[in-house]
Design a protein. Structure first.
Length: 256
C-alpha cells in the first residue's frame, strides 16, 4: 500500500485549523454589530471593531465580558470601521487610548465625532474620506497624530480658533486637513501652544475653496521648521496676514 503524504498532511492540518478557529472565536464576542476581541489576558484589555460594514450605529462599550471575564476596551484597531458607509453615529468610551490607522476611513454618513480625552495616539487617516463630517474637536493630551487625520473630509467648512492648541506633545500635523475641499476659513491660533510641533507641511493641501486665513493662524508654535506645500493647490488671497506665522523661526520653504 502506497504512502499518501498529502492525505496525512490533511489529516494533521485540518484539526489544527479547527482548533485554532475555535480558540480565536472563544476570545471574542459580538454585541450590537460590534466585535470585541481580547487584546491582553494579563492586562484585561480588548479591542472593538465592526462585525461588518452594514453597521449604522456604534455605541462602543467601555467594558465587555468575554468568557465570564471583564475586559477594558482600550484600542480601536486598524481598519476597525473602515468603509462602514451607513455608520451615522459613533460613541467612543473614555477607556480608549488609541485609534488605529484608517479606523473610520470612508464612513461617509458620519457627521460628528467626539474623541475622548484619554486617547493618546491617533494613527494615519483615521477619519479620512468621512465626507459628511461637519465639525472636529480634538482633546488636549494627545501625544501623537499621524498624517492625514481628516484628509478628504469635504463637509468641513471652518477650522475653529485654537482647535489644536492643547496638543503640546504632538510633533507633526502634516496633511491633517488635506483635501478638505469645502474648507473656507482657518481660525486664529490653531496651533498656538504646540511647543513640540515641527512640521505642518501639506496641512491644507488641495483645500481648493479656502478663502480666509485669520491673523496669527499659525502663531505660537516656535519649533516649526517645515511648512512645505502648506497651501498647495489652494485659492488664496495674494497675501496672507503679516502675523499669520508670528513667532515662527525661518522655515524650510514658503507656504505655497
Amino acid at each position: 500500500m502506497a504512502f499518501d503524504s498529502t492525505k496525512l498532511k490533511t489529516m494533521l492540518v485540518l484539526p489544527l485549523i479547527t482548533l485554532l478557529a475555535g480558540s480565536l472565536s472563544a476570545q471574542s464576542v459580538t454585541k450590537n454589530g460590534i466585535t470585541y476581541s481580547v487584546l491582553s489576558e494579563a492586562a484585561s484589555t480588548a479591542t472593538a471593531q465592526a462585525e461588518d460594514t452594514s453597521i449604522k450605529e456604534a455605541d462602543i462599550e467601555a467594558t465587555v465580558s468575554i468568557n465570564d471575564k471583564d475586559y477594558n476596551v482600550t484600542i480601536i484597531p486598524f481598519n476597525a470601521f473602515k468603509d462602514c458607509d451607513s455608520l451615522a453615529s459613533v460613541t467612543i468610551p473614555s477607556s480608549v487610548i488609541m485609534l488605529g490607522g484608517n479606523a473610520f476611513q470612508n464612513c461617509t454618513s458620519l457627521k460628528s465625532i467626539d474623541i475622548p480625552s484619554n486617547v493618546k495616539n491617533i494613527f494615519t487617516n483615521v477619519f479620512s474620506g468621512c465626507e459628511s463630517l461637519e465639525s472636529v474637536s480634538i482633546p488636549d493630551g494627545i501625544s501623537a497624530i499621524k498624517e492625514g487625520l481628516f484628509n478628504g473630509c469635504t463637509s468641513l467648512k471652518s477650522i475653529p480658533e485654537g482647535v489644536l492648541g492643547g496638543l503640546s506633545k504632538v510633533t507633526s500635523f502634516s496633511g491633517l486637513f488635506a483635501g478638505c475641499t469645502g474648507l473656507e476659513e482657518i481660525g486664529a491660533n490653531i496651533i498656538s501652544g504646540c511647543a513640540a510641533c515641527k512640521n505642518i507641511s501639506s496641512m491644507f493641501k488641495d483645500c481648493g475653496n479656502l478663502k480666509t486665513v485669520s491673523a496669527e493662524a499659525f502663531a505660537g508654535a516656535p519649533a516649526i521648521t517645515s511648512i512645505r506645500s502648506l497651501f498647495e493647490n489652494c485659492t488664496l488671497p495674494e497675501s496672507l496676514p503679516e502675523d499669520s506665522f508670528a513667532g515662527m523661526p525661518h522655515p524650510d520653504t514658503e507656504p505655497r
